[in-house]
Design a protein. Structure first.
Length: 120
């Protein structure tokens, strides 16, 4: 077996050992070769976008660029629309429950009136 194939097989073993310094160096060199300036940083397990505002801004710029190039709506716009539909559906469901409650209350009043009439 060729030595590079052996290195490749070892690199594909999961879970493997990550050489974080080497990864950062190679990513930095790759970005430099592309002529791109980016901050290279490892995100810890359980990370949240709110903890990385510069990353959130970059993601927004990428999504805006994608939307502009493709003529598609931003994902957040689609989510806003879905949230609005969900809210409308929730209001309709609430109105239906209120109507059922009102009908139940009216039925209870009718039953009470019928008992009172029978007792009289």
């Amino acid at each position: 077996m060729h030595k590079d194939h052996q290195r490749y097989a070892e690199a594909c073993t999961f879970p493997g050992v990550l050489d974080e310094v080497a990864i950062e160096q190679h990513l930095t060199a790759y970005l430099k070769a592309l002529g791109v300036t980016r901050k290279v940083q490892r995100l810890p397990a359980g990370w949240r976008i709110e903890a990385h505002p510069s990353l959130a801004r970059y993601v927004d710029r990428v999504l805006d660029d994608f939307a502009q190039r493709t003529g598609r709506k931003r994902v957040s716009d689609a989510l806003d629309a879905r949230d609005a539909l969900d809210a409308r559906d929730a209001r309709a469901a609430r109105a239906a429950l209120d109507a059922l409650d009102a009908r139940d209350a009216r039925d209870a009043l009718d039953a009470r009136d019928a008992r009172a009439a029978r007792a009289a």
